[in-house]
Write a protein that binds this ligand. Structure first.
Ligand code: SAH
Ligand code: SF4
Length: 476
């Protein structure tokens, strides 16, 4: 969600005539120079670590600003919404502070700050217009995020999101479909639908099946090759969504469904209204309906009151659920959330030790699941042109249909393969975090021929015309 907001910010800045500056990685104690005239920090507040990083980075930018008078610094996103004037108190060299509902105001605020030489701050309590109406500079030409809703009506006791992003607001299905059609016309072949709780989509206009209907409608958009979504909530996960996923060739066989804890007592105290049995029964149904589906999740360790026994229940669930990936987080105390006042906050040592055990198990399960892929042929959507070299072998990377990261040998085709292309390769090795495919590319589909000159579909199987040296002409 945050990265998508950053694309909107980039789009607005481009509209003002700015261009992206080269990537700049500040190093502690080494101020260096960024050629940027404007630096925008789009912040996250989900965990405390982000707070510390914001103020550290701002301290660092103060030194740069002294060397480059006229450089402007803006802070947006969830921490801006949370800290408001405190940012200016702690870092008076900041020029603009804008809230999560004020992304569209950034150009005006930067202009005003430059003109008046005074910091500008704008934080609204609720959303006036969907950020999707703002211009966007996509990070990838072939892949795009599309917000279907913003905000969240849930009250998970650890979570700061509802207080910073507000109540759930749903976009009209027609608007979403129009946006996706326009993106596809602009060369996008993969879309990820975004929402804090995608499957409660429709709550605003009273349609409980709105999300599955949306999946089916999106799947009919010609030219869209891959559709993904994040994140669904187990409590709202209904059979019509599974059916829509199974029926549509375009909805990818991957489900990212946050678990948070495998203990019913902890789920209750987290105010997550499903239980471990329900979670596992969803996985069972999804696996029965969608062969080859990969399931990933989010887990929090060390929630207040978590006993060793509760933690063991999480480990058990991880063993049973066979996640392809799990994002693991140490519980972080967020101001204003209900969990802050719960009893039984754990010591950092206990949390760190459990965290290590969880990560070791998650990695082990991922490795075992990835090993099952060895020898399988997977369809990879190429991510970016930049590859890696391993022992002189050029590799490109992309995502399999089930969202596994795949590094594959380009076999001399690196000049011909573009981001968004689909290649079929056989998996030869793996780690817990990715698959490797070092064999031949057996087919290569150019998905964006209207945008890249080139052949449409190239059969690279051993007896194909290409491999036998016969010229091939395929219309585009
Ligand atoms: N809306 C999504 C989650 C958004 S936040 C959902 O409910 O699925 C992304 C992840 O951050 C959460 O799934 C949770 O695992 C983690 N998270 C949120 N608040 C946290 C906190 N206070 N401490 C640690 N992890 C947290
Ligand atoms: Fe936070 Fe829960 Fe809403 Fe997700 S569903 S954004 S974790 S309150």
């Amino acid at each position: 969600m945050n990265a998508h907001d950053s694309e909107r910010i980039a789009g607005l800045l481009e509209g003002m005539g700015f261009k992206k500056a080269p990537t700049y990685e500040p190093k502690l104690g080494e101020p260096g120079l960024t050629p940027a005239d404007v630096v925008v920090l789009n912040t996250c507040a989900v965990r405390e670590h982000a707070d510390t990083r914001l103020y550290g980075t701002l301290g660092h930018l103060a030194g740069l600003k002294k060397k480059r008078p006229g450089m402007q610094i803006a802070v947006g996103g969830c921490l801006a919404q949370k800290d408001r004037t405190e940012i200016l108190n702690r870092a008076p060299w900041v020029d603009v502070v804008f809230g999560t509902h004020n992304v569209g105001s950034l150009p005006v605020l930067l202009g005003r700050a430059a003109f008046s030489n005074q910091a500008q701050i704008e934080i609204m309590e609720s959303l006036q217009a969907f950020p999707s109406e703002l211009p966007v500079r996509r990070a990838a030409e072939h892949s795009a995020w599309v917000s279907i809703s913003v905000g969240c009506n849930n009250t998970c006791s650890f979570c700061i999101v509802p207080s910073l992003r507000g109540k759930e607001r749903d976009r009209k299905p027609s608007e979403i479909l129009e946006e996706i059609s326009a993106l596809v016309a602009d060369g996008v072949v993969e879309v990820t639908l975004l929402g804090q709780n995608v499957n409660s989509y429709g709550v605003e206009f009273g349609d409980k099946q709105a999300f599955s209907k949306l999946l089916i409608q999106c799947g009919k958009i010609e030219g869209l090759r891959r559709l993904r979504f994040t994140s669904p909530h187990p409590k709202d996960f209904t059979d019509d969504v599974i059916e829509a996923m199974a029926r549509s060739q375009v909805v990818m066989p991957h489900l990212h469904m946050p678990l948070q804890s495998g203990s019913n007592a902890i789920l209750q105290s987290m105010r997550r209204s499903y239980r471990r049995e329900k979670y596992l029964s969803i996985l069972e149904k999804v696996r029965a309906a969608i062969p080859g589906v990969a399931i990933s999740t989010d887990i929090i360790v060390g929630f207040p009151g978590e006993t060793e026994e509760n933690f063991q229940e999480t480990l058990d669930l991880v063993r049973a659920a066979r996640f392809s990936t799990a994002y693991t987080f140490k519980y972080s105390k967020r101001p204003g959330t209900a969990a802050v006042s719960l009893e039984g906050h754990l010591s950092p040592e206990v949390v760190a030790e459990r965290y290590q055990r969880l990560v070791a198990l998650v990695d082990d399960v991922s490795l075992q699941e990835n090993r099952k892929q060895i020898g399988e042929t997977v369809e990879v959507m190429v991510g970016s042109k930049s590859g890696s070299k391993d022992g002189g072998r050029a590799r490109l990377s992309g995502r399999a249909r089930d969202n596994r990261l795949v590094h594959f040998s380009a076999n001399g085709l690196e000049g011909d393969i573009e981001p968004g292309d689909l290649v079929r390769v056989a998996v030869s090795e793996c780690s817990p975090f990715f698959l490797i495919a070092d064999g031949a590319i057996t087919s290569h589909v150019k998905t964006r021929t209207r945008f890249n000159a080139g052949l449409n579909e190239i059969d690279r199987s051993p007896n194909s015309a290409v491999n036998l040296g016969i010229p091939v002409f395929v219309g585009s």
